[in-house]
Write a protein that binds this ligand. Structure first.
Ligand SMILES: NC(=O)C1=CN([C@@H]2O[C@H](COP(=O)(O)OP(=O)(O)OC[C@H]3O[C@@H](n4cnc5c(N)ncnc54)[C@H](OP(=O)(O)O)[C@@H]3O)[C@@H](O)[C@H]2O)C=CC1
Ligand SMILES: O=C(CO)[C@H](O)[C@H](O)COP(=O)(O)O
Length: 524
């Protein structure tokens, strides 16, 4: 009997397979199908697949499958499988099951909120088997996934040729341009999505602080605040988050007749991306204080038991009475609007700044103009401001690839140095200071308004107390310091005769400054 090799099964016809059909996966699958792509469906538990086909099967060409083997068999080559399951271990579990079923050249896409280090690890592991692993950031929530999200793909650039057109076809469009472009290698897409979420946290927190101030300092109730936020949405603050804030504030609770915001428990949840942004900011040495403060604000809100005790024990001296009278109200509202705008700008400046620092750390070529262009629509932080930010960074150019850690020619070293933003902050500055001062006086916490202002003041300071810190470090740990007037490292013999020595331990003999010597002035 002659042994025959079984013929390889004929590849299928589906353009893409989606596994993980909860809110995001189901809506992305429907989005693909509505754009004319044939979509193979899979979910760990079959019920979600059946529900999708039953409710939305008429929207396009779906192939329902029961197992990952069936899913893979239904795909055209190169196979493109999009994983949209819970981030973390479930993604590794699905990858482990998929890999033996795939062939070199196939593309595995993880579109969930995965940590970029996981993505780097997975990309390297799959590359060894000739597979492309693409970590893709997706933002826009349930509605965005269905109608057009912002999409931030990383991974090997060559995979974008096979994947990019598919992703661009379902992305949000802004001025005819898709809110989707290749970001950079391995984890760059997930990193940029993480920073998007960090900025989202800060943006939501500053809006929360504005709401709190309007309520507790100016006595403006939620329904009226809804009108204030709607009006702000016609200004340079225009954004999705301001728009939905007005919606939430005008909502009345059917059960109690009270503003819904008053019956929602004041503990903010978090799934991790804001915290990862703050941690990465620390790791790459980028001062993302406004983002970190917004994470801490959520953490503090969740310390229920401690807050309960604090309310009983720490309340003395804090007033909740409105401190702005009717005459001063409009001016205060405008001050808060300006403080909100300035603080938001700082959050963007910090987020973009950390992208450059991370690019250096991980060897990514990130173009800030193109990244800002992706956030103009489809995502949660979409805002008119992003078009201005994009232009400040030279516009969208998907072929512009600056050196890792550098900015492309003509791009400002900090968002706040772009002339339109330097001017805008200078105009908002008096109002911003008044608002932070009023908040402190009234005992209303404004961690991001004040931290953003401290960042601005820190950046522009002639001298920082860091000089004193260096002196202290040298005193207790001989950590050395640099001098303003000469190169090298120096140490003062604090426990001895307090002479200064250089890096070799040789006593420094300073020339006596001649009268009027300018070095004496700069070495304050
Ligand atoms: N919700 C949102 O607004 C956004 C979410 N994301 C990200 O998208 C991803 C999906 O989010 P979402 O749609 O909310 O769904 P969830 O994060 O709630 O995940 C549920 C899905 O994961 C599947 N799953 C869970 N564990 C496993 C496992 N061990 N093996 C296989 N499948 C598993 C579930 O299958 P089963 O049905 O069998 O339980 C279900 O399909 C997440 O990474 C999330 O962070 C990104 C942007 C916005
Ligand atoms: O990625 C998202 C939006 O861009 C998700 O909605 C994410 O869950 C938001 O983060 P968190 O749940 O921590 O508020």
């Amino acid at each position: 009997m002659t042994a025959t090799t079984p013929a390889a099964p004929a590849p299928g016809t589906a353009d893409i397979g989606v596994t993980g059909l909860a809110v995001m996966g189901a809506n992305l699958a429907r989005n693909f199908a509505r754009r004319g792509h044939t979509v193979a469906l899979h979910n760990r538990s079959r019920a979600r697949t059946d529900a999708l086909v039953a409710e939305h099967g008429h929207e396009g060409a779906f192939i329902a499958t029961e197992t990952l083997e069936e899913l893979v068999a239904s795909l055209a080559v190169p196979r493109r499988v999009l994983i949209m399951v819970k981030a973390g271990a479930p993604v590794d579990g699905v990858i482990d099951q998929l890999v033996p079923l795939l062939e070199p050249g196939d593309i595995v896409i993880d579109a969930g909120n995965s940590h970029y280090e996981d993505t780097r690890r997975r990309e390297a592991a799959l590359a060894e088997r000739g597979l492309h692993f693409v970590g893709v950031g997706v933002s826009g929530g349930e509605e965005g996934a269905l109608n057009g999200p912002a999409i931030m793909p990383g991974g090997p650039k060559e995979s974008y040729a096979a994947l990019g057109p598919l992703l661009e076809s379902i992305a949000a469009q802004y001025d005819g341009e898709p809110c989707c472009a290749w970001i950079g290698t391995d984890g760059a897409g997930h990193y940029v999505k993480m920073v998007h979420n960090g900025i989202e946290y800060a943006d939501m927190q500053v809006i929360g602080e504005a709401y709190d101030l309007l309520r507790r300092v100016a006595g403006i109730e939620p329904a009226e605040q809804a009108e204030v936020f709607s009006a702000w949405n016609q200004t340079d603050l225009a954004s999705y988050l301001i728009e939905i804030t007005a919606e939430v504030l005008q909502q009345v609770d059917a059960a109690t007749g009270r503003p819904l915001v008053d019956v929602i428990v004041d503990e903010a949840g978090q799934k991790g991306t804001g915290r990862w942004t703050a941690i990465s900011g620390l790791d790459v040495g980028a001062p993302v204080a406004a983002i970190a403060e917004s994470v801490f604000a959520r953490s503090l809100s969740s310390q229920t038991a401690v807050r309960e005790e604090a309310r009983r024990t720490l309340a003395a001296g804090v007033t909740d009475a409105p401190v702005v009278d009717a005459q001063g109200r409009d001016a205060f509202v405008e001050d808060v609007r300006q403080a909100l705008f300035a603080s938001k700008l700082v959050a963007y400046a910090q987020g973009l700044d950390m992208l450059t620092a991370a690019a250096q750390e991980y060897g990514w070529s990130l173009d800030l103009g193109t990244i800002a262009s992706l956030w103009r629509d489809g995502c949660i932080i979409r805002a008119d401001l992003l078009d201005v930010i994009m232009r400040a960074f030279g516009g969208r150019d998907t072929e512009r690839h600056p050196e890792p850690g550098a900015r492309a020619e003509g791009q400002p070293a900090n968002l706040l140095f772009a002339p339109e933003f330097t001017r805008a902050i200078a105009e908002a500055l008096p109002a911003w200071r008044r608002v932070v001062a009023a908040a402190v006086a009234a005992g209303v916490p404004v961690p991001v308004f004040s931290s953003a202002l401290a960042y601005y003041d820190g950046l522009r300071a002639d001298r920082l107390p860091a000089a004193l810190i260096q002196g202290q470090r040298d005193f207790f740990g001989a950590h050395t310091y640099r001098r303003t007037d000469r190169d090298g490292s120096f140490h003062t013999l604090w426990s001895d005769d307090r002479t200064e020595v250089d890096g070799d331990g040789t006593p420094v003999v300073m020339p006596q400054p001649a009268e009027g010597d300018p070095t004496e002035e700069t070495a304050r």
